[in-house]
Design a protein around this ligand. Structure first.
Ligand SMILES: Cc1cc2nc3c(=O)[nH]c(=O)nc-3n(C[C@H](O)[C@H](O)[C@H](O)COP(=O)(O)O)c2cc1C
Ligand code: SF4
Length: 481
């Protein structure tokens, strides 16, 4: 039986719970505040100084204009990223390199016509950071470049463009024709779009671009394109050709721009709610989708002979390549919010298209933290950002401090925790006290809203969203499930 974190009133109670449930997570009993805090240690990344060890993960809000420009809610979100005190702003949010690769009709499009939006987002973030923390020359702010591939919804309808036919995901996400498989010619054109988008990013002052390889989107899917014929499938060399060509193109055109990669380092089979245990308004416990073949050659970082289990072998091979390419900035995530959200963003309450957590969400947190620790031991020369910390709630700073202090991660990334309480780690490292009313309780409204065509935001805890008509619509959508 899972206990709510808020019910574990002390660090000792939390630690006891971990032990009792055999969850392999460590934490420091006491928070160090001030400049001695492991969270406030500077780092040097690819010759640049980074002022501290926490990072804001990319988080889209589904709230841009139809032509891919920014809006006031978006500017507000980025200002709050600046207010967080994090010196690493990883991507801000996913930005499509082509209109057809958008995950929703309100996603940013990084193209020449929209450049003022990108200037404004960067400026808003840095201005707010400077206002609160004075210094910005120790901030690294990058843009996350994406093509949504299988999950493209440029006008709201699913218009999938897949790397290869997938026996489970095709069934789940309505891929029924070879026409959905992106052609080699189109991939070549897409490589140019990534390079152009990187050039534009540099023009508006981004410090780096993330060539996004996570969450089931197109370039992540290419990493497991074992069954695809031609130059972009089959061998490891072919499956990583896009990354290598994008990297060499960027290096040739914009030599000063840093390159990072966000990677889903492991995966497992897609999940669904157990139909026998689902009721209206309450999806059943998550169970793996059925797969009856002998070998699961369709995932990156899964055991082919037991796809319910993750496997870091593929990630190690991929990180070796990043090292060879001199890509030092690596943000480790896992799985996909579309088909196995419980591993990607552990939560007590599922989003409307999800399922009841099949494990204590702390197990999901530990899985991500252990994966990063394993990769860090193997690749001390890479700068690794960890993900999946928000479910830790009150104890997030204690766990973050332990893993940073022991060198098992280089920067602790925050996703949902920043939406509800941007200054969480700034508070933890200055006063050691948190405002408990603002801590994200993983209620998943920020995922449920966009799944129902509404902008994302922390509806339960952020007054800005709480009072809106969208909050009423969200409530109605949840009741209608
Ligand atoms: C509303 C929302 C939007 C997100 N958008 C992105 C995105 O654009 N790009 C990305 O790589 N991850 C995205 N993520 C995933 C987060 O970056 C992060 O990996 C995830 O929330 C787990 O971290 P957490 O436990 O700190 O929330 C999003 C997550 C949420 C909740
Ligand atoms: S809606 Fe708010 S409380 Fe719920 S998961 Fe998102 S950030 Fe956390």
């Amino acid at each position: 039986m899972t206990t709510r974190i808020a019910a574990l009133k002390t660090v000792a109670a939390f630690a006891k719970y971990l032990t009792a449930h055999q969850i392999d997570l460590r934490l420091d009993d006491r928070l160090t505040v001030g400049t001695d805090s492991p969270l406030r240690q500077p780092a040097t990344v690819a010759g640049r100084t980074l002022g501290n060890r926490w990072c804001v993960h990319p988080m889209e809000g589904w709230d841009g204009t139809q032509d891919g420009n920014c809006t006031e809610p978006m500017l507000r979100r980025w200002r709050r990223f600046g207010a967080s005190g994090a010196k690493l702003i990883w991507g801000g949010e996913a930005m499509a390199v082509t209109a057809e690769g958008r995950a929703n009709p309100n996603q940013l499009i990084l193209c020449r016509q929209n450049l003022n939006s990108f200037l404004a987002l960067r400026q808003a973030t840095l201005d707010e950071h400077r206002r609160r923390y004075e210094q910005t020359d120790d901030v690294l702010l990058g843009f996350q470049l994406t093509h949504s591939g299988r999950f493209s919804r440029p006008d709201g309808r699913l218009v999938p463009q897949v790397a290869y036919r997938h026996p489970v995901l095709d069934r789940k996400f309505q891929v029924d024709s070879e026409r959905c498989v992106i052609s080699d010619d189109k991939v070549r054109r897409l490589i140019d779009r990534y390079i152009k988008a990187a050039k534009l990013s540099a023009q508006v002052g981004a410090d780096f671009v993330d060539i996004k390889h996570c969450h089931g989107y197109l370039l992540h899917e290419f990493l497991s394109a074992h069954t695809r014929p031609g130059p972009f499938g089959g061998s490891f060399e072919n499956r990583t050709r896009i990354l290598r060509e994008v990297t060499s193109g960027i290096r040739a055109e914009v030599p000063g721009l840093l390159i990072g990669v966000r990677l889903s380092a492991f995966d497992i089979l897609p999940y669904r709610p157990d139909p026998d245990r689902s009721a209206p308004g309450k999806p059943g416990l998550g169970v793996p989708e059925s797969f009856t073949g002998d070998r699961y050659d369709y995932g990156f970082g899964v055991k082919p002979d037991d796809p319910t289990q993750p496997d870091l072998t593929a990630a190690i091979e991929f990180l070796e390549l990043l090292d060879e390419l001199d890509i030092r900035l690596v943000n480790i995530s896992c799985g996909s919010p579309y088909y196995n959200p419980h591993i990607q963003r552990p939560a007590l309450f599922p989003p409307s298209d999800g399922y009841q957590p099949p494990e204590d969400p702390l197990v999901g947190v530990a899985r991500q933290i252990q994966a990063v620790a394993h990769l860090k031991a193997r690749f001390p020369q890479l700068f690794l950002v960890g993900s999946g910390y928000s479910y830790l709630q009150e104890y997030l700073p204690h766990v973050a401090q332990y893993y940073l202090r022991t060198g098992q991660v280089d920067s602790v990334g925050l996703g949902r925790a920043v939406l509800s309480y941007p200054e969480m780690l700034a508070d933890a490292t200055t006063t050691g006290q948190l405002d408990r009313r603002r801590i994200c309780r993983t209620l998943s409204d920020c995922t449920t809203a966009p799944r129902n065509g509404l902008p994302s935001g922390c509806y339960p805890l952020d007054e800005y969203y709480k009072q809106t008509d969208d909050a009423k619509r969200l409530k109605a959508c949840k009741q209608a499930v």
